[in-house]
Write a protein that binds this ligand. Structure first.
Ligand SMILES: [Zn+2]
Ligand SMILES: [Zn+2]
Length: 273
C-alpha cells in the first residue's frame, strides 16, 4: 500500500520570501501524490525588535484574515483530491508571548495545527544569511545553548503542536564544539511533556549544512524519548513541496519509527510508515 504522505510545512508568496500562491502549492502537492498539504505560512511577527526585517519574513497581520479565507476556499475547491490543512509557523519570542497569544486568538478555530519555531537568539535571526557577522560576537556553543533553552520555554507554553526545524542554528554550517546532548535532552523532555511532535524538515538538505533537521543523532534521541514525528519540506517554492520525503521516511524507518502524525483541528492522527 502506498504511503499516505503529507507535507505540513509550506510557505507562500505572502511571506515575501517565497514563490507561488497557496493554490500553486496545493497543485504541486497533488502532482507529488500527497494526501494532504498543510499551508503554515509565517505568522505575522511585528513583535520582533529592530533591526529584524519582519516584513521580509511575514505578511502583515491585516492580511492574515484574507490568507485564512483563501485557504478555506482551497480546502473546499480541492476536497476529494487532497486535504488542505490550515496551519501557521509562529516565531516564538519570549518577551512577546502575550502579544502572540492575542494576535493568534481570532484564528484559533481555524487552525488544524500550529508550529512553534525559534529563529531569533540574542536579538538576531540565526537562520538569516544577512546576519552571519553576528555569530562572530558570540561563542557558537552559547548560541546553540540559548536556542535550545528558548525551544524548551516555547514547549512549556503549551501553545503549539509541532516544533519546527529542531536544530536550525546549524544551517550555515555552525557546529557546536562541545557535546550539547544534556541540554538537548532537557529540551526534548519539555517537548514530550507538552505533547508536541518534532518535524523531520528536509529544507536543511537544500542549505549549506546539507542535512535534514534534526540530525540523525538528535532524531535518535527523539525516538528514545518516545516523541512523535511529523513531516515538512519548509517549501518556499512549488518545486520544493514534498522535497526528499523518500530520504526522510527512510531515515525515520531506519531509526525505528513506525508512524508519523498528521493534524486536523489540533488533533494528531498517526499514519503508519
Ligand atoms: Zn522556520
Ligand atoms: Zn518555515
Amino acid at each position: 500500500m502506498p504511503l499516505e504522505l503529507f507535507d505540513l510545512h509550506v510557505h507562500t508568496a505572502r511571506c515575501h520570501h517565497a514563490n507561488g500562491t497557496a493554490e500553486d502549492m496545493v497543485k504541486a502537492a497533488i502532482q507529488k501524490g500527497l494526501r494532504a498539504i498543510g499551508i503554515n505560512d509565517h505568522f505575522p511577527m511585528a513583535y520582533l525588535p529592530p533591526p529584524i526585517p519582519v516584513h521580509a519574513y511575514a505578511m502583515d497581520i491585516s492580511e492574515f484574515p484574507g490568507h485564512v479565507k483563501e485557504l478555506k476556499q482551497l480546502r473546499e475547491q480541492y476536497r476529494g483530491e487532497i486535504d488542505v490543512l490550515i496551519g501557521s509557523e509562529v516565531d516564538y519570542y519570549m518577551p512577546a508571548v502575550d502579544t502572540i497569544k492575542r494576535d493568534l486568538e481570532p484564528f484559533m478555530d481555524d487552525f488544524d495545527y500550529l508550529y512553534g519555531s525559534v529563529h531569533v537568539v540574542r536579538g538576531f535571526p540565526v537562520d538569516d544569511g544577512n546576519f552571519l557577522q553576528k555569530w562572530d560576537e558570540y561563542d557558537v556553543d552559547s548560541i546553540f545553548i540559548d536556542y535550545y533553552q528558548a525551544l524548551a520555554e516555547m514547549a512549556e507554553t503549551r501553545m503549539f503542536d509541532v516544533v519546527g526545524h529542531v536544530d536550525l542554528p546549524k544551517k550555515y554550517k555552525k557546529i557546536p564544539a562541545g557535546n550539547l546532548d544534556g541540554r538537548i535532552g532537557k529540551t526534548l523532555d519539555a517537548i514530550k511533556g507538552a505533547g508536541m511532535a518534532v518535524e523531520i524538515n528536509t529544507a536543511g538538505l537544500r542549505k549549506p549544512i546539507g542535512e535534514m533537521y534534526p540530525s540523525p543523532h538528535i532524531l535518535e534521541m527523539v525516538f528514545d524519548k518516545n516523541i512523535e514525528i511529523t513531516l515538512g519540506s519548509d517549501a518556499h517554492d512549488p518545486s520544493e513541496v514534498g522535497h526528499s520525503f523518500d530520504r526522510a521516511i527512510g531515515l525515520a524507518r531506519q531509526i525505528g519509527f513506525s508512524s508519523i502524525v498528521c493534524f486536523k483541528k489540533r488533533r494528531p492522527t498517526a499514519v503508519p510508515l
